[in-house]
Design a protein around this ligand. Structure first.
Ligand code: SF4
Length: 239
């Protein structure tokens, strides 16, 4: 049950999100992140799948007064070694504070309770246990979080606001590169020498957990390699 104060705080945050969504639609990604760190300070974090470090890099340039921005990474226990390596490299070289969240159960503990390869039999439950729940718990101390969602990635992301209200978690949700194209991302990476996951140059256009990610074929959209052959297109973090 929420308190009166929590309800009031939530109303304030929601109105901040709605106003900023209108005001910042045409702002640059850096301007949006500067607004986020100025508005929320230590109550703001960036989430990263470690596909690339573009949003983390932008956030490091926004320079909050309180110090480096928190960059939250979900370690599901099923990542490619290249993804963990990218996380470690970001932590080593970038001026951000990397925070790694883990599910309550290890993969072995999950296998013991639910049986092996839950990702093949019930990927929605696997994602709920290994992604959605840990993120929900990890975000409790923040008022606002940023993602790397882009409108051009898939039809399900075509209406992503640059700043919106995350009703599920009652947080301000910021997508500073929502309007960017893949070419914009590539240009930013090249200009600033931003770290990227090596799998992106090995046929993977989008990088998730190893059992649920394959290389994309010529002409497929960037997310076609995620949960390929299954009726699932999103992990539940953004739904
Ligand atoms: Fe499990 Fe696959 Fe979801 Fe990763 S992407 S949490 S392995 S179902």
């Amino acid at each position: 049950m929420t308190t009166v104060q929590e309800d009031r705080d939530t109303r304030d945050l929601r109105s901040i999100a709605e106003q900023a969504g209108r005001d910042l639609e045409d702002a640059s990604a850096l301007e949006i992140l500067q607004w986020a760190v100025d508005t929320f300070g230590g109550k703001f974090c960036v989430t990263s799948s470690m596909e690339d470090a573009v949003v983390a890099h932008l956030a490091s340039r926004a320079r909050p007064a309180r110090g480096p921005v928190d960059v939250v990474f979900l370690d599901t226990g099923y990542h490619f070694p290249e993804t963990i390596g990218t996380r470690d490299a970001v932590e080593a070289v970038m001026d951000v504070n990397v925070i790694t969240l883990t599910p309550r159960q290890t993969v072995a503990e999950q296998d013991a309770e639910y049986g092996p390869a839950l990702h093949d039999r019930d990927p929605d439950l696997c994602c709920a246990l290994r992604k959605v729940k840990p993120l929900e718990e990890g975000l409790t101390s923040y008022d606002a979080w940023a993602t790397g969602l882009r409108r051009d990635e898939s039809p399900t992301r075509a209406n992503t606001p640059v700043v919106g209200w995350d009703e599920k978690r009652r947080k301000v949700k910021i997508s500073p590169i929502a309007r960017w194209t893949q070419d914009d991302v590539d240009a930013y990476v090249a200009e600033h020498g931003v770290l990227t996951n090596p799998l992106l140059t090995d046929g993977y256009a989008s990088v998730g957990c190893a059992p649920c990610t394959r290389r994309v074929l010529e002409g497929e959209d960037a997310r076609a390699g995620r949960w390929a052959g299954r009726s699932k297109t999103e992990c539940g973090l953004h739904g």
